[in-house]
Structure formats: structure tokens, C-alpha cells
Design a protein around this ligand. Structure first.
Ligand code: PEP
Length: 253
């Protein structure tokens, strides 16, 4: 049985006070409303929030994610944050390869390979984002493009290590746009990703890998998306900034 996951990605939003208020609300709602639900809820906070948010989530069902991590273990990289630092908070997950980081910060396949290795070496779970632009989809090349993203950054891993990843399929044209992939589009890609993983690592690894959908997930579309057989949850940006919406999404399984 694969783990269902709903992970919030706050991006560069919320002051510390706002982040703590949001966290308290989510913690309370999850505690009251998500008692029998097989879903791991994750908060993806800015670095400066993590330690304080951890104090509120500690001992609850919520897990914590960073939104990035430097690929080197330590050293003279002014302004950067290492896996060791994240582990010491402690954080359990790290989002890597988000399209915004690929686009604005030049995160390459090679960098993502190194980040994946570093995170796994520190027992942190990468949430590896992939996804195509509208242009690529319109050319009908979306499946090949996304599979190549996985191959180029992840297929050096052993089956044992690959089985420790979470994949997030996030079509760029759906991120923050209000345009959600249809259930059919999401299922088509998730199945293609799972089959591609199965070809390389075998059915057992593929069947065990959580594949999240990201791109304008909202309370009113989450249920249908999560009902797709190969969609194991969501990576949620905008809607994760509102406690009611985020928890309603988590309750959509
Ligand atoms: C994201 O930031 O990963 C994302 C999917 O954003 P949104 O839900 O706002 O589209």
C-alpha cells in the first residue's frame, strides 16, 4: 500500500508569526478531523520558519519539509543550508527540482543528482518535482520530457534508494495559474511515470513510490484527482496558505 501524502509548499510567503498561526490552525484541524485518514500531511516552510514550526508539529501527525537544500554537506557556501542542518531541526522531507528553482535558480539535472544523493545520505526524503511546460505539452512531448527528467537526475540510484523517494508531477502550466490538469491528464502522466520506474526498477519499487500531483490543487478538485489510481496525493502551493483549504484537501482521500 502506497503512502498518501498532501504536502504544502508555502514558497516565499508568510512572516514567522503568520506561519506559526497557520501551523497552529492546521495542527488543530488535523488533530480534530483527520483521525482515521491514511494520509501524511507535510508542511513545506521557508528555512527561517522550520525550527519554530517544528515545535508546534512535534508529536503530531504532521511532518516537516524544507523547500530546498544545498548539495554539499558543509563548507564555504555563504547563505546556503545543508542537509545536516535540516536533519538537526529535524526536518523529514525536502522539496527539490521545483520548476521555480529550475527556472529562476538554474537547478540542473546534475545539481539534482547531487542533492538527491546528499539528502538520502542524511536520511532525508526528497520530494522530487518534475513537469513540462505548456509548449512541450502542446507538441505532445510531455511524457518523454518528464521521463527524461527522472532518468537524468535519478536513475543512477539503486532500487533500494529509489524506493525512498517521493515524486511530484507538476505541469508548469498548472502551477499557480488556477488551471488544473484534468483527471485524465494527471492519470496519464502518473501512470507513464510509474511504468517508466517499473521498467528500470521493477514493479515492486514502482508500485511503492508515491507520485503526487501539483498544480492548482484546491478543495473542489482534490477528491477527483486523488481518486485517480496512480495519483497518491498532492503538492499544494497557494491553497496550503489557507488552513481550511489545506486540511480540506488532506481530507479528500
Ligand atoms: C507548487 O508550488 O508546487 C504548486 C503546485 O502551486 P499551486 O498549488 O499554487 O499551483
Amino acid at each position: 500500500m502506497r503512502q498518501n501524502i498532501v504536502a504544502g509548499n508555502w514558497k516565499m510567503n508568510n512572516t514567522l508569526d503568520e506561519g506559526l498561526k497557520l501551523t497552529s490552525e492546521v495542527v488543530n484541524m488535523v488533530q480534530d478531523e483527520l483521525t482515521n485518514n491514511n494520509v501524511q500531511v507535510i508542511l513545506g516552510c521557508p528555512f527561517v520558519h522550520l525550527t519554530s514550526v517544528q515545535k508546534l508539529t512535534n508529536g503530531t501527525k504532521l511532518a516537516l519539509s524544507a523547500q530546498n537544500c544545498h548539495e554539499e554537506a558543509k563548507g564555504a557556501y555563504t547563505g546556503e543550508i545543508s542537509a545536516t542542518m535540516l536533519k538537526s531541526v529535524p526536518v523529514q522531507y525536502v522539496i527539490i527540482g521545483h520548476s521555480e528553482r529550475r527556472q529562476y535558480f538554474g537547478e540542473s539535472h546534475d545539481t539534482l543528482t547531487k542533492k538527491t544523493d546528499t539528502l538520502l545520505a542524511h536520511n532525508l526524503t526528497p520530494i522530487f518535482c518534475c513537469g513540462e511546460s505548456l509548449d512541450i505539452r502542446e507538441k505532445g512531448e510531455h511524457v518523454a520530457y518528464v521521463c527524461n527528467q527522472l532518468k537524468d537526475s535519478l536513475f543512477h540510484l539503486s532500487a533500494e534508494d529509489f524506493a525512498r523517494l517521493v515524486i511530484a508531477y507538476e505541469p508548469i502550466w498548472a502551477i499557480g495559474t488556477g488551471v488544473t490538469a484534468s483527471n485524465e491528464q494527471a492519470q496519464e502522466m502518473h501512470l507513464a511515470i510509474r511504468s517508466f520506474i517499473a521498467d528500470k526498477y521493477g514493479k515492486e519499487v514502482a508500485e511503492g513510490t508515491p507520485i503526487l500531483y501539483g498544480g492548482s490543487v484546491k478543495p473542489d478538485n482534490a477528491k477527483a484527482l486523488f481518486a485517480c489510481p496512480d495519483v497518491d496525493g498532492g503538492l499544494v502551493g497557494g491553497a496550503s496558505l489557507k488552513s481550511r483549504d489545506f486540511v480540506d484537501i488532506a481530507k479528500s482521500f
